[in-house]
Design a protein around this ligand. Structure first.
Ligand SMILES: Nc1ncnc2c1ncn2[C@@H]1O[C@H](COP(=O)(O)OP(=O)(O)OP(=O)(O)O)[C@@H](O)[C@H]1O
Length: 321
């Protein structure tokens, strides 16, 4: 049996994230210890209101058996479970990124198809601290340093991370106490992967407090949310659908508005290439625009006329002219 205080805590964390006391929840369960602990917590906190899915990337021989293990546990606990598979094989180049994109797309489509509004992953405070340190090491800006988002839109549903305030060891204790079956992923300890090395390094230095590092990410995320609210206001008053007026706007706001402008043109013209995401740097573009020069990013060209920046799809590149 799960300790009641853990169940109450999970329910409270979830309610704070979703704004609802008892939200039906779709869970992304890989079968690793973190997501198995989340499954047990959600099953206890929201009886009858939980569904789960495992994405079988079909990249390793064991993956089908791992998905079947999660399916069995769910069947034993009367939780509807689906095994999702890639629409087409995941290409070998940029394997991690492609696997993630395929996984999130499949989870979003499944959750929406089931009528769920929230899909949860089991990212926790240790993941958050590792992510933050790795991003600091790449000179990330505030958006990158604010780490794994607590909630963000994912297709037609909202992706939530109710365990960001929980430590990996707390989840491991739940796995042990309930004797949950788990998949062991040796790559988590494989020192060839940067994340595994950061994890070992964090554990080896007692002065580094993982929880505090994760909370720093929270502070940045809060600040960013405030700026996003300001950006909402300015965005809603833009002079045209594909134009922004940056007069008197500080650079932080210009950056957020420019990112929205590019994203909006990409969406309205169905531009998928070149990639553009939260990690894309727009700094050089901001500099160019401030100096009155047009600039291109993510397949979108932005032209400054005074303080009004207008965006349009970039002409196709003629690499092989
Ligand atoms: N194959 C899968 N099927 C379902 N859910 C998964 C799968 N892999 C990962 N997840 C979900 O994502 C969480 C984080 O997993 P993991 O740390 O492997 O992902 P990640 O590499 O950090 O991906 P991302 O950077 O996109 O978050 C898991 O706890 C689980 O909730």
């Amino acid at each position: 049996m799960l300790a009641p205080d853990l169940v109450t805590r999970f329910a409270a964390d979830l309610a704070a994230l979703t704004g609802e006391p008892h939200p039906p929840l779709a869970l992304a369960v890989s079968g690793g210890p973190d997501s198995m602990a989340m499954l047990a917590l959600a099953a206890a906190a929201l009886p009858g209101d939980v569904i789960a899915a495992t994405f079988d990337h079909r990249l390793r021989a064991e993956s089908a058996g791992e998905a079947a293990m999660v399916a069995r546990w769910c069947a034993d606990h009367a939780i509807p479970h689906a095994v999702l598979t890639p629409a087409r094989p995941i290409a070998a180049n940029s394997l991690q990124a492609r696997a993630r994109t395929a996984r999130y797309a499949a989870l979003a489509a499944w959750a929406a198809g089931q009528g769920a509004r929230f899909v949860a992953t089991a990212h926790h405070a240790d993941d958050q601290a590792e992510t933050m340190l790795m991003r600091a090491n790449r000179a990330s800006g505030v958006a990158g340093l604010s780490g794994i988002r607590r909630r963000r839109p994912l297709g037609a549903v909202m992706l939530v991370r109710p365990l960001l305030g929980w430590r990996r060891a707390e989840l491991a204790a739940i796995v042990a106490a309930l004797a949950l079956p788990v998949v062991d992923d040796p790559s988590n300890r494989d020192p060839r992967f940067a994340r595994a090395r950061v994890r070992q390094w964090l554990a080896a230095i007692p002065e580094l407090d993982t929880g505090s590092i994760a909370r720093s990410a929270d502070h940045l995320a809060e600040m960013l949310a405030d700026w996003e609210q300001l950006a909402d206001r300015v965005w809603s008053q833009r002079p045209a659908d594909a134009a922004i007026d940056v007069a008197d706007q500080p650079r932080t706001l210009r950056r957020l508005l420019l990112r929205r402008l590019i994203a909006a043109v990409r969406a309205s013209h169905a531009i998928v290439r070149p990639p553009f995401g939260p990690e894309t740097h727009v700094e050089a573009m901001l500099d160019a625009l401030a100096e009155g020069r047009r600039a291109t990013q993510g397949g979108v060209v932005v032209t400054p006329r005074g303080t009004v920046w207008t965006a349009a799809p970039a002409p196709p590149r003629r690499d092989h002219a």
